[in-house]
Design a protein. Structure first.
Length: 242
């Protein structure tokens, strides 16, 4: 079996001659992916991809893929470390969307979405920040902020709770926003934008608050179990082992 080498960390030599390696310059491009454009390369698929919209992008990959029918912000880069921090679920990085649904949602539908919805595959989605922005015709525009992003998740949620998705636009990934870009347009990020994105990507997820039982809940639990209620200053009794 051959051995793998990292040209960034390892010194490589052939017949005693040290090979010089120059790490490619990191590139960061924000693109407004239009509808009906693929986020992935496919040799067997003749449809347009995001890479056909950005010149000299063969060495880049997509951060935050969008499905064929969706549109909005994607990041093209060759920075693998940043890409991992922005997309891996354990880092819990926010992605924000504007979603047009065909019907006006009621509070029950919105609350189900906020708490998490069990999809057809049996997996429950993570809680999300979901708010109605405005009504449009018989439907409404909704702002959705998520910390996960499985394939077609928003569309599947809409299907499960009876809110067909008409249009889906991503407007933010971490600290990076879509801004004034129009479909098909792209821009190379400025140094300060890259730095802000790296800082937001490296920030540790907020700790989830621990569930605490209040005194009233403790008293209720003791009454149900038949144990005497604790009075102020009364020590808790523990059983000795043995």
């Amino acid at each position: 079996m051959g051995a793998k080498a990292d040209p960034v960390k390892d010194q490589l030599a052939v017949d005693g001659v040290t090979l010089k390696f120059k790490e490619p310059e990191k590139r960061y491009i924000a693109l407004y992916k239009p509808r009906f454009v693929l986020s992935d390369r496919s040799a067997s698929d003749p449809r347009r991809t995001v890479f056909s919209l950005v010149p000299n992008s063969d060495d880049l990959f997509v951060v935050g893929r969008l499905d064929f029918e969706s549109e909005g912000l994607v990041l093209l880069t060759n920075d693998g470390e940043l890409a991992n921090k922005l997309t891996h679920p354990r880092y819990e990085k926010e992605k924000e969307y504007r979603v047009l649904v065909a019907k006006r949602p009621d509070e029950d539908q919105l609350n189900k979405w906020r708490r998490g919805v069990v999809l057809e595959d049996g997996v429950k989605t993570a809680p999300a920040d979901v708010r109605v922005i405005r009504q449009q015709g018989e439907g409404a525009w909704i702002r959705v902020v998520m910390k996960e992003g499985r394939k077609r998740e928003i569309r599947e949620i809409g299907k499960q709770i009876g809110l067909p998705i008409v249009k889906l636009v991503r407007v933010r990934i971490g600290s990076l926003t879509l801004g004034p870009l129009k479909p098909g347009e792209w821009v190379a990020l400025k140094d300060e934008e890259v730095q802000a994105l790296k800082e937001s990507a490296s920030a540790k997820p907020a700790k989830k608050p621990e569930k605490k039982l209040f005194r009233r809940e403790i008293a209720s639990a003791r009454m149900k179990s038949g144990a005497p209620a604790l009075t102020k200053g009364q020590p808790k009794q523990t059983k000795r082992k043995g």
